[in-house]
Ligand binder design. Structure first.
Ligand code: GLC
Length: 439
């Protein structure tokens, strides 16, 4: 074992500690005390599965964004979504916010034209906006700070739905009603839950990382809601409950008044950092923030590995299978490249060890936090839980999902059989469309 490996080890004791600390931090965040977890109320609850209609979603969470049209048929069924992908060039994510929103609206116009959707018909749209947003209602919220390399000006502190609506108006798209604003984790949870009522956690492990779950409204401090919207939420809740009673629907998931909480777990900071983590953080555009994200997500895993490899090799880096130029440059070694090398027969054994320790640590930290959420909802693990997970790291990094399951087993023993982890590909957009239907 190379000594550096020790820096990255997350032992059986560590996963328990992380899980315990994460739970404590969740509780602090919920009750409005100082916490690295924002625990943002989203004004969204799980769907009933009966939602119907045609909806559009715009899903923005990174430089690639998607627009999709979804037909919900009720009874948990939906048609195959029609999707178009667009790319936000670097200039647009670091330039003026108005220009960025104009590009989103113009792309939507292209999508509607392509799908022959008339500009006369009223269209309900779910807006997935995957950044820390302080939600003030189901279709309103202000951006707290950018993450994942976005820096567009004039957006932090503003209501992103208003900015989007203004851009839609500039494109003449007056028929679009932005009915819901959702984080990608919330979309992922809702999309999976539409077909599987046991799904109660949504997780993203991609460029960024985050999770959400439903919480009893009575456990969320009043101070976390804006009063006007709190009343709105309550009356919406009552209306839903009345409708459920009238229709005789009594699905277990709607028994209690609940609201999905966007944890923003990327900012969790009760983790033991090593010299490479500190180096990466110091050189980042958001030092001291998104500590867990910098140890777990795809935006940073390649860079953590690169820093370790550069250190091992000193000045004269020479590893088979790796381009020296990539490793000499900050962020020159991408997480996708890591995925390829991890299974490549020709890769240097030292490189493989480094990649394994960096990715294993990520998987074990993520699993510890998932375990904390489950324990918060179901302390004795008596029920069945599905965790819907999306994101390039979880989907594509060799062995990542297996490592998550292994850690869950270490934490829960045989009872881990009650937890199902499910890849929920592209759920975030679909979920936003469903939320637009509920709203
Ligand atoms: C970042 C964002 C968060 C999002 C996650 C996954 O952590 O702050 O809102 O859910 O990335 O895309």
């Amino acid at each position: 074992m190379i000594p550096i490996e020790k820096y990255f080890q997350v032992s059986a004791v560590d996963i328990r500690r992380i899980s315990r600390d994460f739970r404590a931090e969740m509780e602090k965040g919920l009750t409005g005390r100082k916490s690295s977890l924002k625990m943002i109320p989203t004004y969204v609850r799980r769907p009933t599965g009966d939602e119907k209609g045609v909806f559009i979603a715009l899903d923005l969470g990174g430089t690639n964004f998607r627009i999709l049209k979804l037909v919900l048929k009720g009874a948990g069924r939906s048609g195959e979504p029609r999707t178009m992908k667009f790319v936000l060039k670097k200039g647009l994510i670091t330039g003026s916010g108005v220009k960025m929103f104009d590009f989103l609206a113009a792309s939507l116009k292209t999508f509607l034209k392509k799908n022959k959707m008339s500009s006369e018909d009223r269209i309900r749209l779910g807006f997935t906006f995957s950044f820390p947003v302080n939600q003030t209602g189901i279709a309103s919220g202000t951006l707290v700070c950018w993450t994942k390399g976005f820096e567009a000006s004039g957006v932090v502190g503003k209501d992103v739905v208003i900015l989007f609506r203004e851009a839609l108006a500039r494109q003449g798209l007056f028929n679009i009603e932005v009915a819901a604003l959702a984080n990608d984790t919330v979309g992922t949870l809702v999309a999976k839950n539409y077909e599987d009522p046991h799904c109660d956690i949504g997780v993203i492990i991609g460029t960024g990382t985050n999770a959400c779950y439903p919480e009893k409204v009575t456990n969320i401090a009043e101070s976390k809601f804006q009063i006007r919207h709190c009343e709105e939420a309550r009356s919406a809740d009552e209306a839903i409950q009345k409708k459920e009673i009238a229709s005789g629907a009594s699905r277990p998931r709607n028994d209690e008044s609940e609201m999905i909480i966007n944890i923003e777990w990327g900012n969790f900071n009760k983790l033991r950092r090593n010299v490479y983590d500190r180096r990466l953080d110091k050189a980042s555009d958001n030092p001291g923030r998104q500590i867990l994200e910098k140890m777990v997500s795809g935006m940073y895993l390649g860079e953590v590995a690169r820093l370790v490899l550069a250190d091992i090799a000193g000045g004269g880096m020479r590893f088979t299978g790796i381009d020296r130029k990539h490793v000499a440059k900050s962020y020159g070694f991408r997480t996708e490249e890591m995925s390829g090398l991890a299974v490549s027969k020709s890769a240097d054994p030292v490189v493989k060890v480094v990649l394994d320790m960096v990715s294993s640590r990520a998987a074990r930290i993520a699993a510890s936090c998932m375990a904390a959420i489950i324990t918060r909802m179901d302390p004795r693990l008596t029920k069945t839980h599905t965790i819907a997970i999306d994101g390039s790291v979880y989907e594509k990094y060799p062995g990542f999902s297996m490592k998550v399951n292994k850690a869950l087993k270490e934490l829960f023993g045989k009872r881990a059989a009650r937890i199902k982890t499910a890849l929920a590909k592209d759920g975030s957009g679909k979920g936003a469309a469903i939320i637009a239907a509920v709203a």
